[in-house]
Design a protein around this ligand. Structure first.
Ligand code: ADP
Length: 358
């Protein structure tokens, strides 16, 4: 852990287009664990509570939580109420103390630039900006090397942890699915190249889902709807085109999606006739499958055997992981498996946190 005076929390931020991710370490408290849990918590055992997770480690606790970027004031209030912006420089945190001591918080993501003035005005602190890709990669490398049971596969609803040999980790492909998608070839600590990306990411699922369903639902609600959806009612399947053909000869089955949303074209129906559950599932499959496919193609181009997926879009959701896994498995003819990270949404924030050590 970075150096830190005794009881002052240390904070880093990843301010993205949709979400602000916070990682902070405190020696004193574990606000998520109740007294009973505190007694039984072992080092490394995680406590989660809705949008927050706490992770007891040597000498204290590492906390992970998120806020919506559009509600940045809630995030500032939280930092203020917990005095997280002291940064180990001085014992008591006030606006004047922070400003007079040139307090800084490590921050990454586009919002680190956009909201720098707001942090100065509200909390008296400066944001010390770290490169977004640097942070993603150092966060992923840290997790993959330091945390047991961090990486896992997820196929057909089955989760299986993967043992990572930290001496044989590189090279690998890191696919970060946030509002948009970044695809990074990682060759070592601090050695990487952003090789590709796509604008159709988590923000696309959310934005398009909202548009098609009358802007009634949040991301979580759209996802929940998708769990009750039937995409056959919207997607054109291979079997819908010619039910009699033997598709196995070309490696397809009748239930393979031939065209996402393609069934709508031939039907004379109105938007209100389609169930929001089905729309959400079709969209989720389309976006997730495409990302898995593009990731596989990049792994092939660069000769990489391992693909790790991160970003807040995934957040442990079975349907998203299964669809990405299916795409990678299908396209690679079973030669490659998609792997996911338990702290998927916090790679950038963790990387910013680690940069205190530089
Ligand atoms: P960014 O850094 O671009 O904000 P993130 O890695 O934070 O990217 O991922 C943002 C994406 O996460 C959203 O586009 C959405 O698809 C997904 N997401 C997951 N949970 C939520 C949530 N509670 N609110 C909004 N988006 C969420």
């Amino acid at each position: 852990l970075p150096n830190q005076s005794d009881d002052i929390p240390l904070l880093a931020l990843d301010i993205g287009g949709t979400l602000i991710k916070l990682v902070y370490f405190s020696r004193r408290e574990d606000p998520l664990a109740d007294d009973q849990q505190k007694k039984t918590l072992k080092e490394g055992q995680e406590v989660s509570n809705g949008s927050s997770r706490s992770y007891p480690i040597k000498g204290g606790c590492l906390h992970f939580l998120k806020f919506e970027t559009r509600k940045i004031n809630e995030c500032l209030d939280f930092i203020d109420s917990k005095q997280l912006h002291c940064g180990g420089i001085y014992p008591r945190c006030s606006f004047e103390a922070a400003r007079n001591n040139n307090a800084v918080i490590k921050a990454t993501g586009g919002g680190a630039y956009m909201y720098a003035n707001l942090f100065k005005e509200r909390l008296g602190v400066s944001l010390d900006k770290e490169d977004e890709m640097d942070c993603l990669v150092s966060g992923a490398n840290f997790l993959l090397k330091a945390i047991d049971h961090e990486a896992f596969t997820h196929m057909d609803g089955q989760k299986e942890f993967v043992q990572i040999d930290k001496n044989d980790l590189f090279p690998y492909l890191l696919v970060n699915i946030g509002s948009g998608v970044s695809i990074i070839k990682v060759d070592g600590d601090g050695s990487f190249q952003r090789v590709d990306g796509t604008q159709a990411g988590g923000g696309t699922y959310c934005g398009q889902g909202m548009l098609l369903t009358g802007c009634k639902y949040s991301f979580d609600e759209l996802l929940e709807l998708s769990q009750r959806g039937d995409n056959k009612l919207i997607d054109l399947l291979v079997g819908d085109i010619d039910g009699k053909m033997d598709y196995s000869k070309i490696g397809l089955s009748a239930s393979t999606i031939a065209s996402s949303f393609g069934k709508v074209v031939s039907e004379k129906r109105e938007l209100k006739d389609y169930r929001h559950e089905d729309i959400s599932l079709s969209l989720l499959r389309m976006i997730s499958y495409n990302i898995g496919h593009i990731a596989y193609l990049n792994a092939k181009i660069y000769g990489l055997k391992r693909i790790f997926f991160g970003g807040y879009f995934i957040r442990g959701h079975a349907c998203i992981m299964d669809t990405i896994s299916y795409a990678v498995d299908f396209r690679s003819k079973g030669a490659e498996k998609a792997m996911f990270l338990r702290h998927d949404g916090f790679l950038g924030a963790l990387g910013a946190f680690m940069s205190y050590e530089k």
